[in-house]
Design a protein around this ligand. Sequence first.
Ligand SMILES: Cc1cc2nc3c(=O)[nH]c(=O)nc-3n(C[C@H](O)[C@H](O)[C@H](O)COP(=O)(O)OP(=O)(O)OC[C@H]3O[C@@H](n4cnc5c(N)ncnc54)[C@H](O)[C@@H]3O)c2cc1C
Length: 492
Amino acid sequence: MADFDLAIIGGGLNGVSVARDAAGRGLRVILIEQGDLASAASSASGRLVQGDLLALERRAFRRTRAALAERDIWMRIAPHLVRPARFVIPAHANERPAWLLRLGLLVYDRLSASRSLPPSEAIDITHHRIGDALQRPFGVAFAYSDGLVDDSRLVVATAMDAAERGAVIRTGARCVRADRLDIWRLAVIDRGHRQIITARSLANAAGAFAPIVAETVLRTPPPRAIPIKMGQIVVSRLFETDNVYAFQNHDGRLIFASPYHRDFTMIGTVTSPFKGDPAAVSMTADEVAYLCNAANRYFRERIGASDVVRLMAGVNLVATGPGRRFAREGTVMFDARRRKAPLVTVFGGDLTTARRRAERAVSYLLPFYPMSPPWTAHAALPGGDFPAEQFETEVERARERWKFLNSDQALRLVSAYGTRLDGILGDAKAPADLGASFGAELTEAEVRYLMAKEWARFPDDVLWRRSKLGLTMEPADRERLAAFMAKAQLLP
Ligand SMILES: Cc1cc2nc3c(=O)[nH]c(=O)nc-3n(C[C@H](O)[C@H](O)[C@H](O)COP(=O)(O)OP(=O)(O)OC[C@H]3O[C@@H](n4cnc5c(N)ncnc54)[C@H](O)[C@@H]3O)c2cc1C
């Protein structure tokens, strides 16, 4: 008998979504991630949870409707992590005519089933806050509704849900070999120790590494796909509103400038073909210049490479060849052979459609196991068990209960942990009750929680994936955090 029904290689959003779906349907699941959860593409995204407006230009109406439905599901099941935002497209004299934008947005409204998000509208921004940060010529803009997600926290919350439904989540564990018999026999290196794990089926959810894993670990033909590099930059805050600006670039693409952790603005995405090791992906000077130039066409405040405080790049795989699907939907491939354990390969696509992709992937295993029906669209992720429209009430409630929190702190904590905040702050009456402080609002209580409940092991896990406090943390505080975490790991 195998140790598990399903082993998953890869702890990005695709992998953890498969783990969550399968564990909730009664399978015995193990997920193996070589680094930290969301350590690759899933923490480098533009954070957009959307139907994709430009897909309408390709007449992808059905897919846009389906993506909008997924957007609404995320907002319902993870209301702390996926927040509605008002996106604004300034009309630009050299780009799509205003009537076309208006028409596209009316169609977008029609395809959205959401009752709670406001529909699109035209706004005269000449004397409007939205126009304050923009250059003079922009008189009209079009506003519409979509969502922004904390990408890496979505991955962690999904993994937590999987774990709470019985899945084993192993980070820092690299799958180096998988032998395909009537069961899978996996060799895993975990903190220097080699271990054998057996599973009745296997999911290759290794993202841009999926072809490498197929060839070198599973020794099966790699999926036919091309790697695409995508990148974003982060600069100091360029505007005061909480809107997301969607700028039409001269190449027809939309470049998004979104509020990023209070004092910053994220600008993306630039894409280009990629060759090489996905672990060593980085952005070129040209790519940074492309994003700066796109922003400089619209914002009053000009930016250049020296203003960039953080670069984020990742590699996504896009399937090629027959059977190729719409890129945003990603790819699910199934391989079943006589007397050989089944293999599912899941890669690419966007964050928005990951839940549905996982559902599809797990459904391939239906003939092999008794399974309960799909369920993930209706169950809240950890911390998300409150109605989306009560988000502000949750923030106020936190401030009432933990009176020492200021409004920014309460907002950050509720946005990150939702109703699980109690597990960090508990009965604390004053900051001193939360133990040591590491600056940048980070306390010992939060670090302990992240290590105990969210698989954080190293400072980067805390500072860049469980939070973005790395943006403001001083080097000396980081050293103290590193020393604290190293010591805490050694304690029983
Ligand atoms: C820059 C960028 C911007 C994007 N912007 C958006 C956006 O705005 N909106 C949106 O919806 N989508 C966006 N996407 C797409 C989205 O981020 C991806 O669809 C998603 O993150 C892919 O997740 P994944 O799980 O397939 O891959 P990954 O997140 O890359 O995860 C794969 C994991 O497999 C692990 N792994 C590899 N080999 C092994 C092994 N041998 N053993 C154990 N573990 C292994 C890796 O360490 C990695 O953590 C963007 C993507 C990028 C790169």
